[in-house]
Write a protein that binds this ligand. Structure first.
Ligand code: F6P
Length: 324
C-alpha cells in the first residue's frame, strides 16, 4: 500500500507533526508514503515524491508546513481538475490519501473520495471552525501566541493608560478571539457570531475609566463587525480622554513552533488517519471527541461550521467584569 499526504489551505502550526505522524504510522505498517508538495495546486502539477524516514527527523517541532500549501481553482471548480488530480495520484501508484487542512482542504478530500480514492481528512486550522472535532491542529499554538503578545501589549497599555484593540485571526470564527480574551484577561471581545453595539461597549469602557481603570485591551476577531480598526477609530473619535491603538496580529499566529499539545494532537490524528485507511474507511475525518479520536463522515463536515459555544463567549464577558 502506498499513501499520499497533502497539506492545504491556511497554515496551522502542527501540520508538520501531522505529516510526520502519518508517514511514520504508514511505515510502521510496512506501507510506502509519498508527499504532495504545494497542496492541491501541486497535486495538479504532479508534485508528488516519495518520503524517506530521515526526512522526518526534526520535523515535529517545525512551524509552517514543509510540504507547502496551495489552493487550486482548477481543482475546486472544474471536474477536469479533479480528474487530473486523480490521474496524477494513480500515476504515482497511490492507493490512499490523507488530507491535512481546514474546511476547503477537507472538501477537496471528499471530492477525491467520491471519485473512488480512499481518503481520510485531518483537521488543521487555527480557526477551530471544523465540526466533528473539539479542536483542530494549530488552535492551541495560535491561542498561546495571541496571549503572549496580548500580555506584552497590556504592559504598554497600563504604562500609557491606553485602550489597545487587538485583532486576531480566525476568518469567520470567533473562537480564537474569545479564548484569547479569556486567557489574556482582556476587557472585551468582539466576535462575528454575536452582535456588539460599539456605543454600549464604549460606555462600559468609559465608566470603568472614570472609576480608575488605567487601561483596556479589547480582542476583536478578524471577521467581526465592527472591525478592530473601526472600533479603534470609534474610541478615538469619541475623544473620551484616553487614546486607542490598533495591533493586528495577522500571520504571526499561523506560524511558529507548535505547542506540545498541538504536536500530540497531530500525532494522534495523523496515526488515526492511517488506521482508518487500514480499516478500509474512506470519506471520513478523524477528530477529537473528549479524550478519544473518532471518525466522522466528511459529508457531515464539509460545508458546515463549528459554532462558537455561547457559554464560552458569555464567560469572556463575565470575566471582563466591566465597568469595575
Ligand atoms: O483559515 C486559516 C487562516 O489563517 C485564517 O485565520 C485567516 O483568515 C486566513 O487563513 C489567512 O489566509 P492566507 O494566509 O491565505 O491569507
Amino acid at each position: 500500500m502506498k499513501i499520499a499526504v497533502l497539506t492545504s489551505g491556511g497554515v496551522a502550526p502542527g501540520m508538520n507533526a501531522a505529516v510526520r505522524a502519518t508517514a511514520q504510522a504508514a511505515f510502521a505498517r510496512g506501507w510506502e508514503a509519498v508527499v504532495v508538495e504545494n497542496g492541491y495546486h501541486g497535486l495538479l502539477n504532479g508534485d508528488i515524491r516519495p518520503v524517506k524516514r530521515h526526512e522526518l527527523w526534526g520535523l515535529v517541532q517545525q512551524g509552517g508546513t514543509a510540504l507547502g500549501t496551495g489552493r487550486s481553482s482548477e481543482f475546486e471548480e472544474e471536474e477536469r481538475g479533479k480528474e487530473k488530480a486523480l490521474d496524477r495520484l494513480r500515476e504515482a501508484g497511490v492507493g490512499g490519501m490523507v488530507v491535512i487542512g481546514g474546511g476547503g482542504s477537507l472538501a477537496g478530500g471528499l471530492e477525491l473520495h467520491k471519485r473512488g480514492l480512499p481518503t481520510v481528512g485531518v483537521p488543521a486550522t487555527i480557526d477551530n471552525d471544523i465540526p466533528g472535532t473539539e479542536l483542530s491542529i494549530g488552535v492551541d499554538t495560535a491561542m498561546n501566541t495571541a496571549v503572549a503578545v496580548i500580555d506584552r501589549i497590556k504592559d504598554t497599555a497600563t504604562a500609557q493608560r491606553r485602550a489597545m484593540v487587538v485583532e486576531v485571526l480566525g476568518r469567520d470564527s470567533g473562537y480564537l478571539a474569545a479564548t484569547s480574551a479569556i486567557a489574556g484577561g482582556d476587557d472585551a471581545t468582539i466576535v462575528p457570531e454575536f452582535d456588539t453595539d460599539p456605543q454600549e461597549l464604549l460606555d462600559l469602557l468609559n465608566e470603568s475609566y472614570e472609576k480608575g481603570k488605567p487601561r483596556f485591551t479589547v480582542v476583536v476577531a478578524e471577521g467581526a463587525s465592527p472591525t478592530a480598526s473601526e472600533f479603534c477609530d470609534f474610541i478615538n473619535d469619541a475623544g473620551g480622554g484616553y487614546q486607542a491603538d490598533l495591533t493586528t496580529l495577522g500571520h504571526i499566529q499561523s506560524g511558529g513552533t507548535p505547542t506540545a499539545f498541538d504536536r500530540i494532537l497531530a500525532a494522534r490524528l495523523g496515526a488515526s488517519a492511517v488506521d482508518a485507511l487500514a480499516d478500509g474507511a474512506s470519506g471520513t475525518m478523524v477528530g477529537l471527541s473528549g479524550d478519544s479520536i473518532e471518525r466522522v463522515p466528511l459529508e457531515k463536515v464539509v460545508g458546515e461550521k463549528r459554532p462558537l459555544d455561547p457559554d464560552l463567549y458569555r464567560l469572556a464577558g463575565i470575566l471582563s467584569a466591566l465597568p469595575d
